[in-house]
Structures are given as structure tokens and as C-alpha cells.
Ligand binder design. Structure first.
Ligand code: PLP
Length: 818
């Protein structure tokens, strides 16, 4: 058979596109240039691709005419003149795809080019996607118009009323470009739809094309509902986990605020293997004897005297003495012995299955009358909040400075945060599962830390501008519990610390690209507002951020290690990857929980490709345990970003730490003589107030074993909620990673660009459901993080959790259809 390879390429391309749903029945056409000949292989006219054979593929000359002879396949597509013109015009093009993609086609109605939405688009498709004006198919008019446009050098075009064409240097690239164009079209269509009135009003015709596809989807979804997963069963007789089950550090009993069980006196030293597999020991519950031994050492090592500080020992490179009988312990054993907040790691496959089932179903929200009552609560019981937050709208953009809790129907003005509770301006009290977004692991406004911080302020003032002892003490105590943080640079916030980590990684490796996991939140710096919250959205939230700023940021899909590896390979050809940054429990604090071995595998990939591994432990640092996620998972990152709990709820909550050789890049003073000159800083960074607060808070966490206590409170809350979800037959998904509790009623963050139709259609209603549930919880005395996440703290006794469960019970009873 003549030119078998090129013809086989056509068959393979069609097969790939059929499998991925991009090509259907007989629509579209595909061609591949025959190397060193003035001809190309193209799909036959009106041909059913399902039964494609290489010998059927037509051979056509650059004059647009079929090659003569019996071996030249079936009669070619009527668009072969268009293909011929492209090959003549563009010697760099070796493959062409012409398909009828609905979204790109829909955009043709706008007669507007798609602007550069993503870096990937610019690189592979061109700065814009032009619209080729209409001409009847198969005519030389159309072929001429196409030729004129492709001369621009771009690789993707939308043809009015005829779908799209995508060009590539090889068959794979052409298919890739076609898929990319469809993705970009959808993103643009989504932007247009969600920002109606701001950019354009969508013409009816476009909506019709898009929404007829949506209707088809709806039918598919309806079919899926019948295949919903069985609920998690929590028998009524099952005793819920209790914070009293958690081992506590060996302390004077009266100093421990949370209820405790009597614990036997320490008998044994921490087993030397305590650090070898901290994750394993954590998931099975910490070894009580070992814990007590370490805790006894902790108690004796505590105190405020720098000379007596354990940090002197922590500076030793390999081991530290932590037991009274001088048995050498591996550094970090203290954290391992104290245990971790996660008692059982969630079954990720099962959780993801449940989350997928949740998003496959129609939303289940409040009954209309119940929503009315909820809104009535706000109107009648929260008048002072309404009055002041209305006023705020004129002086504060959007009326609020914080947006962690939903502000529906209006924001609550909080007067006091104390322990497990919030009190608003109208005097209403709420159980506080927001905990300021995570920093107050000891509970809000924690007296023992406040008093000691007050002493430091009295003595030193809140800021000195020069070195202060507590800067060192904070770095030392972090190193004691997180030994992989050999050096620590205190900064102003998690956002700043991520910026520093990325800059440091780039400076250290001399490489530019940073890969994050789609959907993860790493603060709001220019580089990191990319693939935010919804995986696959690239720059969708990057308004106000120039392209250059995200030019070296890449996004890997959650859980997809294969894709991460592909990105690392791609980057290798373009100068290499400086770092991979992950939230170790999964994007958005475990909203898509990662399998337990995920971080270890990312570590392996980083090692293979010479990239640094950055753990963003802004949420997990201390919350998962004093050793953080690194200690829990037993994976050592090169750099760690801390925030939130690192200053115990006081300001300036952020810092970056890690390997001494990497951290040395931040060594420079203003003179630039010390270490590399990587600019980080801040007038108030590392002020005595925040450093002392961090130091005392960490000491208190170790003294009280707050992370584990908060984790057990999270377990109780989770199990209780699972029982309620089952009781009311709701599709909601509840799981926890210690004190990070997820209550997904809408699954909005599980939508992604791999299912763009669904995203387009369901993003808003699912978000609205979260707002309404959040308001309903508040009206019943519970504050959550955006209606979907809860942080427990040491202040959450069993009584607090049981009270919360009774309130959730009331809310779930209001859901439609229960
Ligand atoms: C994982 C993660 N990284 C970074 C940040 C940003 O920290 P900050 O709000 O202190 O700037 C956050 C904030 O919530 C976070 O959750």
C-alpha cells in the first residue's frame, strides 16, 4: 500500500479522537502530510470512522486532486481543497484536524477572536484564536479564506458554522491542539456566561448550542443517581470517638484544659523506631508508653530559660537526648511520640467515590420554608451585624476584609472569640469551627499564651526592628519538632512565605518552572493564582496578573502522578523544574484527599528530576501534629511553608524553612554579602510579639498535646455527622484528616475542567447551596468555613461536639426531601 505510515497516522488520530469523544460518526476530517511528497493522506468523504482502515484513507495532491490509481484509497473528504491550501501555505504543518466541537463552534457566533487565556494556549495555539468567516463547505471560497488566516502562523482557528481546525507539526500535536482549543473555548464561554453583562451578553444561539449539550448531560446524570453509593453506616449503639481517648502529655493535671483520662506513669523510653515510620505509628494511634516517656522529657525540657532550652540539643546533627536515662533518640522522635492528629487515614478511594456520587446527583438543599426561617434569623437576630456591615460597604471593598465564611445573607460582625465559641455583636453565641481559618489550635484567645506574650510586649514592645531573642527561640522550637526545618525565615503570612519558597527554590536550582497541584490554594501571590480552587482552570482567576507572572507556573491534576511526571519531562526540555509544591493532605486542605503514599511518590519524582519539594504546611503545620505533615507522612520536603498555627493566632503568621543549604539563599543582609541575595523581608517580619506568641503556642501545643486532642474532636464530629447523614438519607460526604473536617454537601470544589459542561452548569447553584447551608448552620449556632470545612481545636470537648451534632441534626432535618 502506498504511503502506509501517513495513512496509518490518519487512522490512529481518528481512533484517539473517537475514544476521547472529539470525533463522531462521519463528521470532520483529518489529514497527514506525506513526507517528501507533494501529497497528503486524508479521511475519505462521508466515512464512518468506527471502521477506519489504512487502505481506505485517501491520498490527495497539493493541487487538491485525488492521486490517480487504484491504491489511492476511497474518494477524499470534500474539504480536501482546504487541507491542500494549508499544506501549501504552511510548510511547518504536518497534520490537520477539522472537527465540529460544540463549544468552539458556539463561540463562532460571537465573531470575536478568543484572546490569550492561558500560557499553554499561547505557546501551542498562538496569541489568539481567529474566527474564519463563513463560506459553504467544500468550496474554494472556504479553502481560500482558511489559507489567508493560517498564514498568520497560529495553529487553531474557529470556522463560522463549520467547527474548528487545528494544525500540528505532527499528528499527536494536532490532536493535542484540537483538544486544547476546545478546553480554551469552554473556559472562554464559561467566562462569558458567568460574567454576563461584564464582557458580553451571550447571544441566544450560543446558549442554545451549549445548553442542548447540557440537557443531554442531565439525562446521563439522572441515570447515575440510581447508582448512588451506599451510606456510611454508624450504628446507634456505636460509641463516638472521644477526646478523652487521646493520650495527653505528662503534665500537672490541672494545667490541661481539655478533659483527660487518667494516664499511668511513664515506664519506658520512646522506642528507638518511633521515627522510622511515624505515619504508621500515627495511624494506629501513638504508642502510649513511648508517648508518656517523651512527654515527661518534654515537661522537664520546657520552660522559658534559653540556657535550659532543648534547642541546644536539637542543633545536634543526628540524635538528641530526650529521655531521662540518656537513651539517644532520633531527632523528631518527640513529635512522633506525641502522636499525630489523624487516628485513621481516610480511605481515599472510597471518599472519592462518594464525592463523585455527590457531584453526580442533583443538589439537595434546604426546603423553601426552612430557608425562609434561616433568613429570618439573620433579619431579626442579627440587626447589629447588619447595621455595621452595611456601613462597612462604603469604606471597605465588598464590605468585609475576610472571606473565609460566606457572607450570605450578610456578614456577621464578631465581638469576641473565646475557646470554642464566637459571640457576635448582637450577643448571639456560635460554636466556632472556623477557628479563624485554622491558626487557633489551642482554642481562641488562649490565656496561657496571651499572658506570656503580654509580658514580652511589656518588656520589649511589639517591635524592635533589630534581632530579638524570640526570633531564635521560635526557629529553635520549630527545629526541635520539625528537624527537617534546619533553618527558618519568619515572614508576614502564608502567602509571603510561599512567595519566598518559590523564589528561593528558583534561586537555589537555577530553574524557573514551579508545578503546583490544580485546585490547591497557596495564597494570592502572582505566581500562585493559577489553577486556583478548580483544577484545570489555569489563569481563570488571574485578573490583574500579567501573563509573565504565571509564565513559569504549571498545574498538575490532583492525584495524577503520571501527568506530574509528564510535566516534569516537558520542563526538562525547557530548562527544568525548580520545585513541586503540594498541600500534603491534598488541594484545598484535603478537599480532594491524596492517597497516603502520594507525597512519598512526589518526593521520588522530585529526586528523579532534580526539583525541590515544597510542602505548604500553612494548614497542616502543627495541626496534624507537632511534626506536621512531614512527620505524619514520613516524607521530608526540601522547603516547608508554615503559617497560621506558627504564631498561635497572632499576626505575622508565616515563614519558610528547610534544608540549611537551600535556606542559605535567604542569608543575605542588606549588604548582600551573606549568602545569595534573594530578597525577602518585611518591616514587621519576626517581631517579638509574633515570635514569642509562636514560641509559647508551640510549647503549649506540646505540653497539652493539642493537635491530637483537636484531632480526636474532629473524629467525634466526623463520625457523628456520618451518623446524621445516614439518618436523613442525604448524599453528603463527611470525612476528616484529624482536626480538618470536611462536610461536603455540594461538592462544588470537586467540579473541574475535565468535565467542563458540568462545571459550566453547576458551579453557581452548588456554590449557592454552600452559602445557604452555611447560613443555616449559623442560624443554628455553628460557624463553618464556607459551609464545607471545619477546624476543631483543643477547646472542643466532647460536650461541645455533641452540642454541635444536635444542631446539625436540626439543620439536616430541614433539607428538601428528608
Ligand atoms: C495551604 C495554604 N497555603 C497558603 C495560604 C496563604 O496563607 P495566608 O492567608 O496567611 O496568606 C493558605 C491560607 O489559607 C493556605 O491554606
Amino acid at each position: 500500500m502506498e504511503h502506509r505510515t501517513s495513512r496509518q497516522h490518519v487512522v490512529d488520530m481518528c481512533r484517539t479522537m473517537l475514544e476521547r469523544g472529539y470525533l463522531k460518526a462521519t463528521e470532520g476530517n483529518v489529514s497527514v502530510r506525506v513526507p517528501s511528497h507533494d501529497c497528503y493522506a486524508v479521511t475519505p468523504s462521508n466515512y464512518d470512522y468506527d471502521r477506519m482502515r489504512a487502505e481506505d484513507v485517501s491520498l490527495v495532491g497539493f493541487d487538491g486532486k485525488p492521486l490517480p490509481g487504484s491504491g489511492a484509497g476511497l474518494p477524499p473528504s470534500i474539504e480536501c481543497g482546504m487541507h491542500a491550501n494549508i499544506y501549501r501555505e504552511r510548510p511547518d504543518v504536518n497534520a490537520i484536524v477539522h472537527t465540529h466541537q460544540p463549544y468552539a463552534s458556539a463561540l463562532a457566533f460571537l465573531r470575536k477572536e478568543i484572546p490569550a487565556l492561558t500560557d499553554e494556549q499561547v505557546r501551542f495555539l498562538g496569541r489568539k484564536v481567529a474566527i474564519i468567516p463563513y463560506a459553504p463547505s467544500g468550496t474554494s471560497f472556504l479553502a481560500g479564506k482558511v489559507q489567508k488566516k493560517v498564514a498568520s502562523g497560529d495553529n487553531a482557528f474557529i470556522i463560522a458554522n463549520h467547527g474548528i481546525i487545528a494544525l500540528g507539526t505532527d499528528p499527536d500535536r494536532a490532536v493535542f491542539n484540537m483538544a486544547l482549543l476546545e478546553k480554551v473555548s469552554l473556559a472562554y464561554l464559561l467566562a462569558l456566561t458567568t460574567e454576563a453583562g461584564k464582557i458580553y451578553t451571550i447571544p441566544d444561539a450560543i446558549r442554545e448550542v451549549a445548553f442542548s449539550k447540557l440537557r443531554k448531560d442531565e439525562k446521563r446524570i439522572a441515570a447515575q443517581i440510581t447508582a448512588a453509593v451506599e451510606p456510611v453506616r454508624v450504628p446507634p449503639t456505636e460509641e463516638l470517638p472521644s477526646v478523652t481517648d487521646a493520650p495527653v502529655a505528662a503534665l500537672p493535671a490541672e494545667a490541661v484544659p481539655a478533659p483527660t483520662k487518667a494516664v499511668p506513669a511513664p515506664t519506658e523510653a520512646v522506642p528507638a523506631t518511633a521515627e522510622a515510620d511515624p505515619a504508621a505509628s500515627a495511624s494506629d494511634g501513638p504508642d502510649a508508653d513511648g508517648l508518656l516517656a517523651a512527654a515527661a522529657d518534654l515537661a522537664s525540657a520546657g520552660g522559658d530559660d534559653p540556657a535550659a532550652s532543648p534547642s541546644a540539643e536539637a542543633a545536634a546533627p543526628v540524635t538528641a537526648k530526650t529521655s531521662a536515662d540518656d537513651v539517644p533518640q532520633p531527632i523528631g522522635a518527640e513529635s512522633a511520640a506525641l502522636g499525630y492528629a489523624i487516628s485513621t487515614y481516610p480511605d481515599v478511594d472510597d471518599t472519592m467515590r462518594r464525592l463523585k456520587a455527590l457531584v453526580a446527583q442533583p443538589i439537595r438543599g434546604l426546603r423553601h420554608d426552612a430557608l425562609h426561617d434561616v433568613l429570618n434569623y439573620f433579619e431579626t437576630k442579627c440587626r447589629a451585624s447588619k447595621e455595621i456591615t452595611d456601613r462597612a460597604k462604603t469604606r471597605i471593598p465588598g464590605g468585609v476584609q475576610h472571606n473565609l465564611a460566606f457572607n450570605y445573607p450578610f456578614p456577621l460582625a464578631i465581638e469576641k472569640a473565646e475557646g470554642a465559641y464566637l459571640t457576635d455583636r448582637d450577643g448571639n453565641t456560635y460554636i466556632d469551627f472556623l477557628q479563624a481559618g485554622g491558626p487557633t489550635l489551642l482554642g481562641s484567645n488562649y490565656g496561657p499564651v496571651n499572658e506570656r506574650v503580654a509580658e514580652v510586649i511589656k518588656r520589649s514592645g511589639p517591635v524592635t526592628g533589630l534581632f530579638h531573642e524570640y526570633e531564635l527561640k521560635l526557629a529553635e522550637i520549630i527545629n526541635r519538632y520539625m528537624p527537617h526545618i534546619e533553618m527558618y525565615r519568619a515572614l508576614g503570612s502564608g502567602t509571603e512565605a510561599v512567595m519566598a519558597a518559590v523564589r528561593g527554590a528558583r534561586a537555589f536550582t537555577g530553574k524557573n518552572v514551579v508545578i503546583k497541584v490544580g485546585g490547591a490554594y497557596h495564597g494570592w501571590s502572582d505566581t500562585m493564582v493559577y489553577g486556583l480552587r478548580v483544577p484545570g482552570t489555569f489563569r481563570m482567576n488571574a485578573k490583574g496578573i500579567p501573563f509573565g507572572a504565571t509564565g513559569s507556573t504549571r498545574e498538575a491534576f490532583p492525584h495524577d502522578l503520571g501527568l506530574l511526571k509528564r510535566k516534569l519531562i516537558e520542563n526538562r526540555l525547557r530548562g527544568g523544574t525548580a520545585a513541586v509544591i503540594v498541600e500534603p493532605v491534598g488541594p484545598e486542605s484535603g478537599t480532594r484527599p491524596v492517597p497516603k503514599d502520594y507525597n512519598a511518590k512526589v518526593r521520588e519524582l522530585c529526586d528523579e528530576f532534580g526539583a525541590l519539594l515544597i510542602f505548604d504546611e500553612v494548614v497542616t503545620g502543627f495541626r496534624l501534629g507537632l511534626g506536621g505533615a512531614a512527620g505524619y507522612f514520613g516524607v521530608t520536603p526540601d522547603l516547608t511553608v508554615l503559617g497560621k498555627a506558627v504564631s498561635g493566632g497572632y499576626p505575622m503568621a508565616g515563614g519558610v524553612g528547610g534544608r540549611a543549604d537551600v535556606m542559605a539563599v535567604f542569608g543575605s543582609g542588606l549588604d548582600g554579602k551573606n549568602g545569595a541575595h534573594v530578597q525577602v523581608g518585611g518591616t514587621l517580619s519576626a517581631n517579638p510579639l509574633s515570635c514569642a506568641a509562636g514560641y509559647f503556642a508551640i510549647e503549649e501545643m506540646a505540653r497539652t498535646n493539642a493537635p491530637v486532642l483537636a484531632g480526636r474532636a474532629g473524629d467525634r464530629l466526623t463520625r457523628g455527622l456520618q451518623r446524621l447523614v445516614d439518618k436523613y438519607g442525604l448524599p453528603y460526604v463527611v470525612y476528616n484528616q484529624g482536626s480538618i473536617v470536611h462536610l461536603e454537601c455540594s461538592g462544588v470544589l470537586l467540579l473541574d475542567m475535565r468535565h467542563p459542561v458540568k462545571l459550566l452548569k453547576e458551579n453557581k447553584p452548588r456554590k449557592r447551596l454552600m452559602e445557604q447551608m452555611s447560613a443555616a448552620y449559623a442560624a443554628h449556632g455553628i460557624i463553618t468555613l464556607a459551609g464545607a470545612r471545619m477546624y476543631t481545636s483543643m477547646a472542643d470537648t466532647d460536650e461541645v461536639i455533641d452540642d454541635a451534632l444536635a444542631r446539625f441534626d436540626q439543620v439536616f432535618a430541614l433539607v428538601e426531601g428528608v
